[in-house]
Design a protein around this ligand. Structure first.
Ligand code: AGP
Length: 610
């Protein structure tokens, strides 16, 4: 996610802001900028790309002042470029704002503001600057204007605002995006979205909670709710070192990203689901709604983990939208003679949006005149720019090479696409409502599975020294078998194979002996009894079995050596829960095998070569 930093005190703000932005670079971003006040004069500079571009631009610009804000942007609305970089300002450049998060109702607000304001960017953030401008009439304090402006906003935000009309002040507020106030000393404060920017200056911090707004001046700070009720907060001491702070206290980015998965589902469905109507509102789908209505078959193209998400999506679409759907891996697709035409929809799935094999497949599909749709995490990436339309996963930057939160984000978007396609076709209101309702419950259910981390770490201790594993599942969980096997391979180097459980007896079962363990993803779903037979086949040959099944199904303890229970949900959504124990298991096995978990050998985060 984006990085926010603000400073007010007795020193020059610019170097402190730039240092803070540098310390937050690890989070991933695609543009950066600062705004600094000297008296009632505001200077600003913002550039696309890495911080080095901003630093070069600042060499030719004299910026001084002891109050300022800085931002590294992870684009969610609008291409990464100089114009869309933060800070954003009002019509008269008297108010400057930086923002983390997503304003859901920004189209509606933008339409209203356009009547009296000149909006110059594609961003949702700029809308906030003009809302504050409207509120900041004579005698209104900046914090009062910000409070009023935020009362019109629906969405998630962490913001920091300065104004030449109320100088010597920073106002910051949070709803859904973290903000921390660092107390450096008498009349000297730093505000940031991430403690890594604060630790070098102070460890005395105040964490803002949801719906709180802080006003900081050289005289001190004042925290209120958005309803203007004063809040007294404890000052806490950060005891992390910087390396830990980057991972928010986790030992590895991988574990941090696994734990962020409930938030990824929230971010993915935010503003896109209307449960009472049983419909999904995906902007990219609605742009081509009539074209998608004419589509009579779908090909999904992806690589690696994204291809397993694609397999789940294909099963969802066939079962609930009735459109024949197949999955092709990017490295194979274009070398076969793909049968594509203008009635074929081609969905490409990619976290990075830069995977060479997937890009080449997309271009091949476009050459055949097929309608294309992208499910991508990185805004403004090549795939995001070349598809006819698409939906961003909104998983935030995925730092660890092994994909986890982006995977569940992809499956989440496929569930929305399934509703969108299905409700164009035979899917009933009731079915749409049921899927939408179950999807909104998933983050809570994910929290329950994440709470099993200690139990899973204990199970990992029993198996980490073995060298071979089979992962097996059926239907919606066959791809989870492949994903679970890939996870443990790529971060712990333990050899594992994913298998369709029913296929195992056609040869591979010959391998079972005490060097192997088998992981079965066997929730109580439409194929549970079949999975149970396969488990018994493995056990009868002395194979060790770890089973992932639905909570309450304690009968499984008669068939498996270790059982991990997941909450019940709609069958098509079980992968969002069943994948988590496998991610945590792979993580703990890799830790016990002392592997380089975030940067495994031989791997790159994005495979930009064929
Ligand atoms: C997944 O853990 C791997 N890092 C890899 O399989 C990855 O999913 C694949 O390279 C596709 O990457 P993309 O989603 O960025 O296109």
């Amino acid at each position: 996610m984006c990085g926010i930093v603000g400073y007010i005190g007795k020193n020059e703000a610019k170097p402190i802001l730039l240092d803070g932005l540098k310390r937050m670079e690890y989070r991933g971003y695609d543009s950066a900028g600062i705004a600094v006040l000297e008296g009632t004069n505001i200077s600003t500079c913002k550039k696309e790309g890495k911080l080095s571009n901003l630093l070069s631009a600042l060499e030719s610009q004299e910026i001084t002042g002891r109050v300022g804000i800085g931002h590294t942007r992870w684009a969610t609305h609008g291409q990464p470029n100089d114009i869309n970089a933060h800070p954003h300002s009002d019509c008269r450049d008297e108010i400057f704002i930086i923002h983390n998060g997503i304003i859901e109702n920004f189209h509606e607000l933008r339409e209203k503001l356009k009547k009296h304001h000149e909006l110059t960017t594609e961003t949702d953030t700029e809308v906030l600057a003009h809302l504050i401008e409207d509120e900041m009439t004579e005698g209104v304090l900046l914090e009062q204007a910000v409070q009023q402006a935020l009362s019109h906003v629906v969405g998630a935000y962490g913001i920091a605002v300065v104004s030449s009309k109320d100088p010597e002040k920073i106002v910051a507020a949070r709803l859904g995006s973290p903000l921390v106030l660092g107390i450096i000393g008498e009349g000297e404060f730093i505000i940031a979205s991430d403690p890594t920017a604060i630790i070098p200056y102070t460890r005395e911090v105040v964490y803002l909670d949801e719906g709180e707004i802080v006003t900081v001046t050289p005289k001190g700070y004042d925290i209120r709710t958005l309803e203007n009720i004063t809040v007294t907060k404890d000052v806490t001491k950060i005891d992390w070192d910087v390396a830990q702070a980057e991972k928010q206290g986790y030992d590895h980015f991988l574990l941090k990203e696994i734990m962020e998965q409930p938030e990824v589902i929230h971010n993915g469905i935010r503003g896109r689901l209307i449960p009472e109507e049983g419909v999904a509102h995906l902007g990219g789908f609605l742009q081509k709604e009539e074209e998608w209505r004419k589509i009579d078959r779908i090909t999904i193209v992806a690589c690696g983990t994204a291809s397993f998400a694609a397999k789940i999506g294909a099963t969802m679409i066939e079962e609930y939208a009735g459109v024949p759907t197949r999955v092709e891996i990017g490295s194979e697709f274009r070398y076969k003679k793909p049968v594509l035409d203008d009635r074929t929809g081609v969905i490409v799935v990619s976290q990075s949006g830069e995977t060479a094999d997937t890009i080449a497949s997309l271009r091949e599909a476009k050459r055949h005149g097929s309608l294309t749709f992208g499910i991508v995490n990185v805004v403004g990436s090549t795939i995001a720019r070349e598809v006819d339309s698409g939906a961003y996963i909104h998983a935030g930057p995925e730092i660890s090479v092994a994909s986890t939160k982006a995977f569940v984000g992809m499956v989440n978007i496929f569930a929305l696409v399934t509703i969108a396609l299905g409700r164009q076709r035979e899917m009933s209101l009731v079915t749409g409502q049921r899927i939408a309702k179950e999807l909104t419950d998933i983050p809570k259910l994910m929290d329950q599975v994440l709470a099993l981390d200690k139990q899973i770490a204990k199970i990992a201790k029993k198996y980490y020294a073995l060298d071979h594993a089979f992962y097996m599942g059926r239907k919606y969980n066959e791809p989870i078998a492949y994903e679970g096997a890939l996870k443990i391979k790529e971060i712990s180097y333990l050899h594992a194979e994913g298998y369709a459980a029913g296929e195992f007896k056609h040869g591979a079962i010959a391998l079972i002996d005490d060097r192997f363990f088998s992981v079965f993803i066997a929730p109580q779903d439409s194929v549970y009894e079949k999975n149970l037979s396969n488990i018994q086949e493995v056990r009868a040959r002395g194979g060790k079995v770890i089973a992932v099944t639905t909570e309450g199904n304690t009968d499984m303890e008669n068939f498996a050596d270790d059982v991990i229970y997941i909450p019940k949900t709609l069958e098509m959504l079980t992968p969002l829960l069943s994948v988590i124990p496998l991610q945590l298991f792979a993580y703990h096995v890799a830790k016990l095998r002392d592997c380089d978990i975030d940067q495994p050998r031989n791997l790159a985060k994005s495979v930009t070569v064929e």
